[in-house]
Design a protein around this ligand. Sequence first.
Ligand SMILES: N[C@@H](CCC(=O)N[C@@H](CS)C(=O)NCC(=O)O)C(=O)O
Length: 212
Amino acid sequence: MMKIWGRANSSNVQKPLWFCEEAGIEYERIDVGGAFGRTREPFYLAMNPNSLVPTLEEEDGFVLWESNTIARYLADKHKTHDWYPTDPRERAVVEQWMDWSTSVLAAAITPAFWGLIRTPEAQRDPKAILASAEKCASAAAILDAQLRERSYVCGETPTLADISVGINSYRWLHLPWHLVGYTRPELPALQAWYERLTTRPAYRKVVMIDLT
Ligand SMILES: N[C@@H](CCC(=O)N[C@@H](CS)C(=O)NCC(=O)O)C(=O)O
């Protein structure tokens, strides 16, 4: 069976997991990374020289890393073109939001996530977390504007863009911002989209878990 290497609490691992659940693709997930370690062992580095998760390993030995790339590969392989359109322009817009999710949204939220979830209180840097919060608010406003015109990030049905963006948005919506006295802005279109995602069993199973 196809293997997905990576701990379940990783936002990047959640991308292929969520897609597999949506598309009914069977997989075996193996815990590595974070507290599970093993990503610096030779067998893992041979698959993924970045020592990061996720890594996809097919039964025939084909290996792939980079979470967005794995999701796109799986969508192409299983011909789930409602999630990943074939029309060049439609496809490019999906990819645009996937890239944006990594380069803007995830980059904005990472310092806050680490500061609020993975740093002991005594070592927390509220200033860095608040700077991160402001960047997240700017990114979220861009997303909210996009979602005012459509039910999902790229139209009326979910695509891979919702997967990339929906995982990072869950974090933005659920981080304990109050620990640094911050209140995130209310964004009605983003909130309504999030409520739509919460009706999906795959989102509930893979993404709506404790932030750890
Ligand atoms: N651009 C890569 C980033 C992968 C990445 O940064 N993964 C993090 C987890 S979200 C990681 O491996 N951290 C170290 C670890 O878990 O040991 C991707 O999208 O797959």
